[in-house]
Design a protein around this ligand. Structure first.
Ligand SMILES: Nc1ncnc2c1ncn2[C@@H]1O[C@H](COP(=O)(O)OP(=O)(O)OP(=O)(O)O)[C@@H](O)[C@H]1O
Ligand SMILES: [Mg+2]
Length: 331
């Protein structure tokens, strides 16, 4: 089965007065058809940059430094102008990190969604508006509210509107950047429920970007874990939870409380994320890693296949100590 999206050796950077921020470095992964892939990592590790790079939508001072983003046999990074604009909404769309960014404060939400439809299809304004109301209904917003302005919606409702907007041209791939961050847990569950409904209705493949490990663990089929601009592990969600392989993934799991009634010992990861302008030559996690050896400081470890997990699905890890540590890592 072909992947919905195949990302190969993607790099992206920002040129600043204090140096080049290497926000995404040599990232490769596939998004399978119909799956939800979680992309997780600490603030500033490059998640939003990946999302924007996947849409070939990085704004200056950001730029793609290399790689391919294959949507079927089209490399999105080779497109420009009209072809790019059409592909962006028709085939791949993004719900940006703040829903407010997706919505123009001075237009009624129904008109905004309708406008996106009109721009990308031959629909008349009336037909586009009718479709906008239908989409709002599908994400759980009363279609009567199509005449309201963004500021008249609560945070959760605004997220739903932003999702309806992103789905206005029925893309195959949806990237949700922190779609539920800042929402209370019940509202979060409702927004996720709306996304699931839309995933079924549109046969969507979704990339869910978040720093919330619990949420990502619940909604994702597979999870890609990012550290300082690189992927360190990609595995089925269940394997990440029960048998994380990369020391950073293990650190992340030990640093967040599990949703149980039991009191737990939480262990924050010591040290700080590296400055993306001055990266260490080898593994970027080595300075904080309890298992690091001298070799870890020499070369960047490639993301390669490790032992299969309980489900037998492929999983990848970027750690030269992976083989040595099997069965020895702290639980
Ligand atoms: N416009 C910009 N100019 C310069 N540097 C930038 C710019 N946008 C992002 N960066 C830098 O690129 C790196 C990655 O940022 P990015 O926003 O992709 O991270 P993130 O993982 O999405 O973080 P968060 O969880 O806080 O949303 C950070 O070091 C950030 O400071
Ligand atoms: Mg972000």
């Amino acid at each position: 089965m072909t992947a919905a999206l195949q990302v190969r050796n993607l790099s992206a950077e920002y040129s600043t007065s204090t140096g080049v921020v290497r926000a995404v470095h040599d990232v490769s992964f596939e998004l399978r058809r119909g799956e939800t892939l979680g992309l997780i990592g600490e603030s500033g590790c490059g998640k939003t940059t990946i999302g924007q790079a996947l849409l070939n939508n990085l704004e200056a001072p950001g730029r793609i430094a290399g790689g391919q983003v294959m949507l079927g046999d089209i490399d999105l990074l080779s497109l420009s102008g009209k072809a790019l604009r059409r592909t962006r909404w028709d085939r791949i769309a993004m719900v940006p990190q703040s829903a407010m960014h997706a919505l123009n404060p001075v237009y009624r939400v129904g008109d905004q969604i309708a406008e996106a439809i009109e721009l990308h299809t031959s629909a008349t304004h009336q037909a586009a508006l009718a479709r906008a109301r239908e989409l709002l209904d599908m994400v759980g917003v009363d279609p009567g509210r199509a005449r309201d302005y963004p500021h008249q919606f609560s945070g959760g409702m605004r997220q739903r509107v932003a999702i309806a907007m992103a789905l206005s041209c029925e893309p195959e791939v949806l990237i949700c950047d922190e779609a539920t961050t800042g929402l209370d847990v019940l509202t979060e569950a409702q927004v996720i429920g709306a996304l699931r409904d839309m995933q079924r209705a549109f046969e969507l493949s979704i990339i869910m970007i978040s720093h919330d490990l619990h949420m990502i663990g619940r909604v994702s089929d597979r999870i890609a874990i990012m550290y300082a601009g690189r992927l360190v592990e990609v595995a089925p969600a269940e394997d990440v939870r029960t048998d994380p392989r990369h020391p950073y993934t293990q650190g992340l799991l030990s640093a967040v409380p599990a949703l149980t009634a039991e009191p737990q010992h939480l262990e924050p990861i010591p040290g700080l994320v590296p400055d993306l302008r001055h990266l260490p030559p080898g593994c970027r996690f080595a300075p904080r890693c309890p298992f690091a050896i001298d070799e870890c400081d020499h070369d960047i470890p490639p993301l390669i296949e490790t032992v299969p997990g309980a489900q037998g699905d492929r999983r990848l890890v970027a750690c030269i100590r992976d083989g040595d540590l099997v069965g020895k890592q702290s639980a």
